[in-house]
Design a protein around this ligand. Structure first.
Ligand code: SF4
Ligand code: SF4
Ligand code: SF4
Length: 366
């Protein structure tokens, strides 16, 4: 089952049973969580120009001060196996085979027009910015990793190795550089002009012009113009001669690891539907979040001998709040949804408490 299907089922089950017809009508009408910013930027990745040199990876690493790579950037043996983004590698280039020839594609956040990661995040860590970037602010992140589940492109990665304060990491579209009028580091580093930065609307025209001028060279489709509701980063892929072509439409894209089954509706709609199954979590979130914060603050302030009692009392208070929330969800939305809500709240609180405790060990603000 692909991610869209999963979210659709979860979303429609939750929406239909839990939220009633109003929400269904809203989703069916094509809701957008974020406004579409006409003048926003994007990047066009022309895979027919890409030579798999990894200079974009190196540029990203440098401008973002990321830790050194496992293998040097001039070691192209890493292309032998497909790779995914990691907390320390916000972009990677992979080698694919199309019609018997190698084709290279750069992977990073697509900076969706209507980002599912943002719709999934209770703590509102993700923002679609008017410049087109989707940014992440980890100061309120509880580590629930719903953004990772929601992203149709499997982009956000989690700092599992950071025992103290793990955060989500992903490409930022070099948003701080965009504010200074600079190009993204990867775009600046590419020696082949395989990455074109510009207004998204202009890039679509550029892409169409390239396809029109070279119909034998390019597949006649701009990946990301509409996929998953449209993305700021878009991809052109090589055409396969008709006589070599497989019967299935879109196989040039799938051969390059691009999902052609995401549909044109924003993924955020589905995520919102899926999370709509537990709307009470959202309603109770400030209370729960504040409660966890209060526990950590009280822990800090009180004498050690009193601490255990105080924490126990605070936990009981929290448990009562959670029980009340779950009872209400069970009454209004059924026991299945209530179980999901209870589990999600417990996970989020545990992560939050662990994070607060770890920050405390480091003497940081809790
Ligand atoms: S590609 Fe994934 S992480 Fe990036 S904006 Fe879209 S949903 Fe968010
Ligand atoms: S836009 Fe910036 S953060 Fe994103 S892949 Fe390029 S260099 Fe890295
Ligand atoms: S720097 Fe340009 S040519 Fe080299 S791998 Fe990256 S996108 Fe491709």
């Amino acid at each position: 089952m692909n991610r869209r299907k999963f979210l659709t089922i979860l979303g429609s089950a939750g929406v239909a049973s839990a939220l009633g017809t109003a929400k269904v009508a809203k989703a069916a009408g094509g809701t957008h969580t974020w406004p579409y910013y006409e003048n926003s930027y994007g990047v066009l990745h022309d895979t027919t120009r890409c030579i798999g040199c990894r200079r974009c990876e190196e540029g990203c690493n440098k401008v973002n001060n990321l830790p050194g790579p496992d293998k040097p950037f001039d070691d192209l043996s890493v292309l032998d196996k497909p790779r995914r983004m990691t907390p320390n590698a916000w972009t990677v280039v992979n080698k694919y085979e199309l019609d018997g020839k190698p084709v290279f594609r750069k992977l990073q956040c697509f900076h969706c027009n209507d980002p599912a990661c943002a719709s999934a995040c209770f703590a509102k860590c993700f923002q679609k910015q008017p410049d087109g970037s989707v940014t992440y602010d980890g100061s309120q992140c509880v580590g629930c990793r719903y953004c990772m589940v929601a992203c149709p492109f499997y982009v956000p990665s989690f700092e599992y190795d950071d025992a103290w304060d793990p955060l989500v990491q992903k490409c930022t579209f070099c948003e701080p550089r965009l504010r200074e009028g600079k190009l993204p580091g990867c775009v600046e580093a590419c020696p082949m002009d395989a990455l074109t930065f510009g207004r998204r609307s202009d890039l679509i025209k550029v892409a169409r012009a390239r396809i029109k001028a070279n119909p034998d060279k390019y597949a006649d489709y701009i990946y990301g113009e509409w996929d998953a509701g449209g993305t700021a980063w878009m991809v052109l892929v090589p055409a396969v001669p008709a006589e070599h072509s497989l019967a299935e439409t879109g196989h040039e894209f799938r051969a390059l690891g691009l999902d052609t089954h995401l549909g044109n509706r924003p993924m955020g709609e589905l995520t919102a539907g899926a999370l709509g199954a537990v709307p009470m979590i959202v309603a109770f979130w400030p209370v729960l979040f504040g409660g966890a914060y209060a526990i950590s603050k009280r822990r800090e302030a009180m004498h050690k001998a009193e601490t255990e009692t105080i924490i126990r009392d605070a936990r009981e208070d929290m448990a009562n709040v959670m029980d009340a929330a779950v009872r209400k969800i069970a009454e209004t939305q059924g026991p299945g949804v209530a179980d999901t809500a209870r589990q999600a709240m417990a996970d989020a609180l545990r992560t939050r408490e662990e994070t607060c405790a770890n920050r405390g060990h480091h003497g940081e603000d809790k």
